[in-house]
Design a protein around this ligand. Structure first.
Ligand code: ADE
Length: 257
């Protein structure tokens, strides 16, 4: 099984690279692809850069150049649902591009992706369950985070767009426009589209770093430094053995190469 692991922040990838048995590093289009073994799997680790286009380039390279069987995307997100707190984890079961809108042309619905006929990308339910288990396992074995009262794992809709959301008006607009939206970030739904079009399974895992309001920029930077990289490492480390077991049981479409 070949896994592509994309981080939204370089710190997240650097933390996992510390434990990667590195075989090589390839530079492609300004990104460093760290190739090696981690937790019993062949892994390609890379920092995506920010935004939907950057994430799509990264995911496409992992598929076309490295032939990955599955992509795991980890990063942070801003809370949209009032049920979320900083330090919670969201596993996407659906992803949508909240800034994609061709509806004024009169041919497509708002959010609908041309030539695909869909607005939402769904994630394989088995993979969602495994990611949820890995995140819960991480939180229950990380007393320093639990002590601060942080950490509930949620499964739900994530929206991506090329904007850092840090304004209450925009937040209200998103809440009204996309029912059941849990959180917002800048890459997940682009990776989902690439994987959907190539027929590659994928998982998007986000830790809530801020409330997508005026306090977001400050919370965001502190959170990355102190917390997010440990979350990504801890969850991915627990997810990979579960994916290997799933592939060995033949319970999914990846891992048989
Ligand atoms: N990633 C983390 N916080 C975010 C926010 N508020 N908006 C967009 N992406 C984010």
């Amino acid at each position: 099984m070949k896994l592509g692991i994309i981080g939204a922040m370089p710190q997240e990838i650097d933390r996992i690279v510390e434990e990667l048995e590195t075989e090589s590093i390839e530079q492609i289009a300004g990104r460093s692809y760290h190739i090696g073994r981690f937790e019993g799997a062949d892994c390609m680790l890379v920092f995506s850069h920010w935004g939907k286009v950057a994430a799509a380039i990264t995911a496409t390279t992992l598929i076309e150049r490295f032939g990955v069987d599955c992509i795991i995307f980890t990063g942070v997100a801003g809370a949209v649902s009032k049920t979320l707190n900083v330090g919670d984890i969201v596993i996407a079961d659906w992803l949508i591009q909240h800034d994609f809108d061709v509806s004024a042309a009169g041919i497509l619905m708002k959010y609908e992706i041309p030539f695909l006929g869909i607005s939402y990308f769904s994630v394989d339910s088995l993979l969602v369950e495994l990611a949820k288990q890995a995140a819960e396992d991480f939180l229950s074995n990380s007393p320093s985070f639990a002590r601060r009262g942080q950490g509930v794992v949620h499964v739900g809709t994530i929206a991506s767009g090329d904007q850092f959301i840090a304004h209450p008006d925009k937040l209200e607009e998103l809440r009204a426009a996309i029912p059941d939206l849990l959180c917002v970030e800048m890459e997940g739904a682009a990776v989902a589209q690439v994987c959907h079009e190539y027929g590659i399974p994928y998982i998007v895992i986000r830790t809530i770093s801020d409330r997508a309001d005026r306090s977001a920029p400050m919370d965001f930077l502190t959170f990355i430094r102190n917390v997010a990289r440990h979350y990504s490492h801890g969850i991915v480390k627990r997810l990979i053995p579960r994916l290997i077991t799933l592939a060995e049981d033949g319970g999914n479409s990846f891992g048989h190469s």
